[in-house]
Write a protein that binds this ligand. Structure first.
Ligand code: FAD
Length: 343
């Protein structure tokens, strides 16, 4: 059995961010990824403006938008800024860039390696190979094995359905239609030659089959033909119950750090990955960034609960939210998981 300072289960943005920072400080780090390639993931690829401080190169951005179009049952709001409010990334290109950075820092990445078992000092992959660790990081997404092994339940999740549709789409759009999507929403997030068209909702209130039908209905009304295409769907864990458990950590979706309100989780995966690394490197480290991220997460959870309070109540809360965005009473970044603004 080969031993590592830190074993990270999952090679998504959270796991790679954590691995890179640890390796840059000279630690022997192994990332285990079940897929044959790093990067592919069902995702719309929307990145909030605050993520600019994560150091992504300009070439990684697919599209940048200084305007957001938000439609609800009763209103249409156009939010505008001088600087891009949201940009989009392609998850394959993001994964490739993050993996190259990790390997350059000295991280070992092992793909085609499905972790099946976790014990006190080792993980066992399919086929029986074992890897010893001093620290273990669960970066294994919304159905995290590390989380289950820690005995942490997941009571509620979001579900996201995505179509990648070819074409040139000029606007970034959000559609809060409570009759179709409950307190979820449909989106159009343009990329270079395609757009992500999809829907997000809370699983406990919207069954995936019904959500898909609603998306088809909405898309047909808006002139987008989706039915002949292949949808992709995935769960999004927003049930946060802790991230640091002695020598084990949960980050990103494994920790439930995605937003229950919007389903956004790339930024919180990267920030929590880096903060887990800093905590591993220095046992005395107190992460103010994690405190802010968790505070923001709770704010989103409260807004989600408010908008889940029955059909009419939900509609009124979402309409009030769009109204406040329209008149600037709440800034658009209140809907983002970003933490470098007052919250
Ligand atoms: C339809 C949809 C649209 C979305 N749109 C956006 C968006 O626009 N913006 C945004 O910020 N977020 C979005 N999200 C959420 C975003 O994709 C996640 O929050 C983000 O990918 C979380 O990163 P992560 O590193 O925590 O986990 P992941 O990216 O899920 O990575 C986990 C990795 O662990 C691997 N893994 C899992 N189990 C094992 C195992 N047992 N052994 C080995 N490897 C394992 C997986 O293969 C995967 O590569 C969307 C999600 C969906 C479903």
């Amino acid at each position: 059995m080969k031993n590592f300072h830190t074993v990270i289960v999952g090679g998504g943005p959270g796991g790679l961010a954590c691995a890179t920072l640890l390796a840059q400080q000279g630690k022997d780090v192994l990332v285990l990824e079940r897929n044959s390639a790093i990067g592919p993931k069902v995702c719309a690829g929307g990145i909030p403006s605050v993520a600019q401080n994560l150091g992504f190169p300009e070439t990684l951005w697919e599209r940048s938008f200084t305007r957001q179009h938000i439609s609800s049952n009763w209103q249409h709001a156009v939010i505008q800024d001088d600087k891009p409010i949201i940009r989009t990334v392609d998850r394959v290109r993001l994964g490739r860039w993050m993996a190259e950075k990790a390997v350059a820092a000295g991280v070992s990445i092992k793909t085609d390696t499905l972790v099946l078992q976790i014990s006190e000092d080792r993980v066992t992959a399919k086929g029986g190979e074992e890897f010893g660790y001093n620290f273990l990081v669960g970066a294994d997404g919304s159905s995290s094995l590390v989380r289950r092994q820690l005995g942490i339940p997941t009571a509620d999740m979001g579900v996201g359905i995505n179509y990648q549709v070819p074409g040139n789409f000029p606007e970034m759009q959000w559609h809060l239609n409570t009759d179709l999507f409950g307190n979820g929403y449909a989106w159009i997030f343009p990329h270079q030659d395609t757009a992500s068209i999809g829907v997000y909702a809370r699983r406990s209130t919207s069954k995936p089959g019904m959500l898909l039908n609603s998306l088809h209905q909405w898309a047909a009304d808006h002139g987008h033909e989706l039915k002949s295409r292949q949808p992709q769907a995935a769960l999004i864990n927003f049930d946060f119950r802790g991230w640091h458990f002695n020598n084990r950590f949960l980050i990103g979706d494994a920790a439930g750090l995605a937003s229950g309100l919007t389903g956004e989780g790339i930024y919180s995966a990267i920030v929590s990955g880096e903060e887990a690394a800093r905590t591993i490197l220095n046992g005395e480290y107190e992460s103010s960034k994690m405190a802010q991220l968790i505070k923001k997460h709770h704010q989103h959870a409260r807004m989600l609960e408010l908008s889940s309070g029955g059909k009419l109540a939900g509609k009124l809360v979402l309409e009030a939210m769009v109204f406040c965005l329209r008149i600037g009473l709440i800034p658009f970044n209140a809907l983002e998981m970003g933490i470098n603004q007052p919250s």
